[in-house]
Every structure is written in C-alpha cells, then in structure tokens.
Design a protein around this ligand. Sequence first.
Ligand code: MN
Length: 746
Amino acid sequence: MEQTKQTGEGIQRLLDILKATGKKYDIEKITAAYEYAAKLHEGQYRVSGEAYITHPISVAEIVAGLELDTDSICAALLHDTVEDCGEQTSIRDITKRFGPDVALLVEGLTKIVTLHVDDKEEAHIENLRKMLLAMSKDVRVIFIKLCDRLHNMRTLGVKPDHKRRVTALETMQVYAPLAHRLGMQKIKQELENLGMQYLDPIGYAEVREGIERKYGQSLNFIENVRSTVSEKLEANDIRFTLEGRIKTVYSMYRKMFNQNKSFDEIYDFYALRIIVDTELECYAVLGIIHEMFNSIPGRFKDYISTPKPNMYRSLHTTVIGRDGIPFEVQIRTWEMHHIAEYGIAAHWKYKSGATSKEDMDKKLEWIARLIETEDGTRDPEEFMSALKIDIFHDEVFVFTPKGDVRALPQGATVIDFAYSVHSEVGNKMIGAKINGMIVPIDRVLENGEIVEILTSASAKGPSRDWLSIVRTGEARNKIRQWFKREKRADNIIMGKGALDAELKKQAPRSSETRRLEMVANVAKKNGFNTAEDLFNAIGYGEITVSKILPKFKDELEAFRQEEQPEAQATPQITTAADVVTATRPRHLRSNSGIIVDGADGCAVKFAKCCNPLPGDDVVGFITKGYGISIHQKDCPNVTQGQSNPDLKDRWVNAWWDEPEGITPVKSVYEALLQVHVLDEVGALADIANTLVEMKVSILQINSQKASGGRAIINMKIGCKNVEHYNSIVSRLRSLHNIIDVVRGFS
Ligand code: MN
C-alpha cells in the first residue's frame, strides 16, 4: 500500500474494490501492471480529453466487480497496450514481466479484431459471436472483453454520432447476446440499456419515463409490500435481504414491442426479491409469503429442486397484493443470486485458482450447462459445441477483406476459402494474402485471419494437386467442374492411362483394341455415352479407377473365356485338375516370394485361413479384384472350393520362389497353431516359456475349454518356414501337459 501515493489516485479505487471483495489478490503484480500500462499510454488521451489510462483502470474495476483473479485484473489493465502502443511493447515483454497467463489473455484481447455488423443477416452475426468465442482460447478473455465493451458503452456519449450507432449496434447484436449466453445478466442488461439509448433515444426516453411514472405511482404500494414482508420475516427470525427489481428499460421496451402490449398491461413490472442464507430458508420464506398473500395458480416455479440448465436457481411465485395488484416474488440464497447475476464469471468467484487440465474441463462442463439459445430455450449440448473453444475444433472463422465472416471446416486452406467466395475467385486465383502478407495457397486458415485472394484474368486455373489439398466438398466439386469443362482432352489422356494400366494388369495378354472395346461396353452400361466420357470422368476425378474396376468383371471374364483355347498351348491358367501334375516354371521370379502360373507381377496375398509357410504345398485362387490369394493345398477352404464347379477356373498353380522353401523376401511368416492341453494354466506357462526360449514371437493367443478338463489353445506365431515350424511343434509336443499340437486353420 506504500505504492498508492506514487501510482496516483487512479488505481486507488481499484485497490479499494479488490479489498472489499475479501479475496486474496497479488497487489504488487496489479500495481506493476498499472504502472507499466500507465507509462505506455502516457500522452494518449480519450476523445473526452481524459488520460487514456483511465479507460483500462475502469475496465479493471468492472473486472474486479466480477471478482475475477489477479491475472484477469492485470490483463484488463494491459488490454490496450499491445494494440495502441505498437512496437513499444510486445506480448513477449508482457510474458517476461507478468507471466504467460497474463500474456495469453492480453494476446486474446488484442486479436479480437474490430467487427463489422451493419446490415448483416443473422447468420453472419451468429458467426461473429462464434468467432469471438473461438478466438478466445480462455473464457476470461470474453469476460474482460465484455467489461471493456461495457466501459466503452458507458462513455460512448462523447463519440461522434455515426460511431455511436455502429458501436451500439455491434453491442446489441454481438456482445449483449454473448453476455446472455454466459449467464452474465447484469452486464447484459446494462449493455442492452446503453445500446438502446443510442439506437432509439426517443423510444428509450419514453419507456424510461413510463417506468418512472409507474414506479412513482406504485411507490406506496411497493413500500407497503416491503414493510409488511419485512415485519413478517423478522417475526419468524429469518435473516434476509430485500431487493426490489424493476424491469429494465430495454426488457420493458422489448416486451411491449414483441407482445404489442401497452405499458400498463405488463404486470411483472415489479418483483420483490428475497435473499436468504440457506436453501431451507427459501422454502420457509415461500410458506410465509403464501400465507400473507393469495398466489396466482400456475405461476409458482421451483428452480431450486429443478434448476434451469444454465444453473439458475430460485423460487418464483406471483401473488396478489393490496388493491389487487399482482407482483412476483423471487426467493434465493446468496450463491444462487451471484450465479443468476454473473453466470460463468461467478464460477470463478467460487472456484478460482484452478489451473489443471481436469479443472479446466470441469469448468467447461459447467459452462456447457449454461448455454441459453437466442429464443430462450436451453440446450446444453448445443452450448457445448457452441462455446468450448477447442470445442470448436470443427470450425474456423476468417474474414474477407470487406469484413464478412466465413465459417469453414477446421483444416480448410486458402483454396477452400477462395472457392467459398466464388468459383471464379478460385479458378482465377494466382496467390493470396493473410493479414496483408503473401502466403502459399495451401496454407491452413486460423481463426480471425483476414484472407485476401489475388486473382488474374489470365490465371491458368486450378491444378490437379488442389483436389488433394482442399478440405471442403464445395471446393473439390468446383475444381472438378472446372476440369470437366476446361480440360477434357487432358482428362481423357489421364483417365485412359490410369484405367488401361489396371485393365492390363487384370488381362495381361489382351490387346489395346480389345481393352478399349471393354471400356466402351462398360461405359455404356454405366451411363457414359462413350469410352472417352468415362476416361474424362476419371480424369477430372468424378469417378476413381478402383470404383469402376469391379464393373469390368463380366468383360474380363468374357475375355478369359476367349483365351481358353490358347491356354492349352501355353497354360495361362491351370485348373485344379492339373494342379497335381503341373511343374514349376523356372524362368519366373516374384517379389512376393511366390510364383503364380501365368500371372507374372500379379498381386499376391497369403490367405488368413491357413497362413501358408515357405515349404508348404500351395495353390493360388484368383479373387475378385484383390489379386491372387495363396492357400495351403490342404486348407479346408481349398478342398471345399475346388469341388465347386463355379470356382473351377479360378484356381491356379503356385510355388514358393526357392525350391528349398526359404525365400529372401520375408523372413517371418504368420503361422497358426492349435495345441490341445490337459491343464490350461500350467500348459500356457510352459508353452510361453518354450517359445520365448526358441525366440519365437507369439502374435495372438486364446484358449477355449474342452470336455474332460482339457483346453484348446489357438496361437498365431511368427515362423520362418515349414522346417522351423516343425521344430517348434516337436518341442511343444515334448512338453508335459500337452496332448497334441496341430496346424491350425481359422
Ligand atoms: Mn479498451
């Protein structure tokens, strides 16, 4: 407190407010923030002629009234330093002096750009509100911003007329609804009243006069109610505080306007508020009130036992007073009262200093229950998605150079933005600026950025790479449209190349003419006029090769049929009947470790049902579109499949690449093992130990009970080849408890 003198009387009132809260504040830090701000704002004046520093001090006072923490008070004092004092200071300097938390708040407050709200439709305004929230990584930023706005509104009178209007409109459309959502009724009401005062001075004056007149007329009545209620409560030994609540000018104005009622028709003009210490007393008071006055049926509401989703709690009842004048009575405890007035901010009052992630989540959860949508209905879930900032993970809000807000999905790039403005803006884009700086067009957008697209009439149009960069379907479609329209020749070449390569894989011996014939047939059956149209569609991305390929099944099948006679001379595909006698062609190599008869370079995979190992006798099966799958010859699926005449033609000969069964390609294969054991627990331990000793990895293990106290353990292990496998099996067989070990099939 010795510092008070040298810091002048400016901060004294703030310190008094802080002291009155009874909470612990770091006065030294707050004083330092004040001195730092005062120095930076030195020589700056407000329009009113006052020293600029009076504004941050007043904002800090309002923040102090909310009983926010030390860091919030400091941030309020510093909130205009970075923006107004330019290079003299920086966020880094504030971090050094006041710590990262204060710096983060100040940064958040600085980043909230001036909003443009005139003549915008509701959706735009809603985006602005969301963006404000999204930009404030910490909800305290919004609290302080609201206090800042409130002080600007209180001192708006000195500004020129057009500025007043713009600020007042912005306040009514963006800030007051935000305060409302956060449950901060007190600030909301003051913002609305001030806003209305500037937007409709005549209407405001009329309603205010009306209220004053009515209040004057009702003074006797109100006094009488207060004194009779007081007497009765005192007689019942209840400690209480009485407050009279008169409807605000704005809410009166809105009610008259919305419900088209005259002043005298609005009868909750006056309410008596009784604040007590405990919940129990609330109900006691209610009983007393109902004893004293007749209540209006249907008007009693118990928000204590059933709080509103925004945590509002109180008892409401409407009773008839002297001369038949109805009035509302609200009964609540002090804690209920603070939450009703300060909303989320009250939460800081009751639970401050919480910084852990868990605490933060709890806070946000609490916030989640507070949302109140515009029409007064409450949807906690909607609030969750509307308020939590990283809660906004699915949207990012940016400005056009004209100040329009655009909402794009998180991760959206400059290209997405350009196409969201107009397809021609995207197509003619040659570059972009964010906040005035040239950026690459694949740059991911961040909240609050001003994005400007540079276009040129001679731009070459989008590039195909853009299709993989963009995040929005809108941009992707518009880019495709462009290619469809502008680049047919290129599309056809690209699409033809991609599709033909795949077809060639499927039918290696086919001629190009034959394949074109297939494409023409498939194109017609799938809604394309010509093969070229299909190539074009693939080229500009309307359809992918992998999507259209299955449609070639019949065509490929027909082609293979044609090939059959030839197959006699050079066995192209060997049927199951020939498998036994077929010999391994020496000249073929494969990089899968498997050679498949007549299918050089075809994709090969190992069947999961039998997991063949190098050295096993194998056979191949031509799958529909996934290459050839390799089975053990005695896999149950093979035995079954080869007896099916429909599948007859799809079995092909296959060999391991090395006659010894050891391939250079893969060192470990998966093998299935089924172990029949006597005692499950003991056997499992023995098996595991043995495999560890043999350095065999266990990839999967599970067991099932069998009759007679036995169990079957199914395992998948890593194995080099059949010899290796056999050595593992014989070691396991030697174990006591183990009845048998067999090759597993699944
Ligand atoms: Mn300010």
